[in-house]
Design a protein around this ligand. Structure first.
Ligand SMILES: Nc1nc2c(c(=O)[nH]1)N=C([C@H](O)[C@H](O)COP(=O)(O)OP(=O)(O)OP(=O)(O)O)CN2
Ligand SMILES: [Zn+2]
Length: 150
């Protein structure tokens, strides 16, 4: 049976700031992020299986990505916990804002690495993460490919 890649797209609204950066993105601002998740596998060939003909049920893929990424990042503001932005984060948290402290600079590159690890940890053994595309704007995106990271 052929190997097939399937892709599901997600969107979420997230704020961030790049501490120490030399441009306008050092300021707290936000994006309508778009995440394309592509997995690869063999469609189930057992006609008695309720998932007959599927690599993975899009609904099951959605559950994984929603729980581990979309629901966590949507309408949160992300700061690098290794910078003085922790003080700003604490102030915002104390005022009831949804703040996410991460162990990296929240560029699209570093976020897509984080997302790849999170999704790989949840996928069943027979399904492999093929690639991710994380778009910050209509013209700026980062891609992660399994083949680049073996
Ligand atoms: N390699 C990276 N460069 C930049 C990142 C990043 O994640 N990786 N991030 C930023 C900012 O967060 C910014 O939001 C994106 O920058 P830019 O594409 O310049 O944004 P614009 O809104 O100006 O986009 P236009 O479509 O060109 O108007 C900066 N750099
Ligand atoms: Zn940005």
């Amino acid at each position: 049976m052929s190997k097939i890649r399937i892709t599901k797209q997600f969107t979420f609204e997230t704020g961030h700031a790049l501490y120490g950066y030399d441009g306008k993105c050092k300021n707290v601002h936000g994006h309508s992020y778009k995440l394309d998740v592509t997995v690869i596998g063999t469609p189930i060939s057992d006609s008695n299986n309720v998932k007959f003909g599927m690599v993975i049920d899009f609904t099951d893929l959605k559950k994984i990505v929603k729980e581990d990424i979309v629901d966590v990042f949507d309408h949160a503001t992300v700061f690098n916990k290794n910078t003085p932005h922790v003080d700003l984060a604490k102030e915002l948290q104390d005022r009831g804002h949804n703040v996410l402290l991460v162990n990296y600079q929240p560029t699209s590159e570093m976020m897509v690495i984080d997302f790849a690890q999170k999704i790989q940890d949840r996928l069943p053994n027979n399904i492999k993460l093929h690639s991710l595309k994380l778009s910050e704007t209509a013209t700026s995106y980062a891609q992660w490919y399994a083949s680049d990271n073996q």
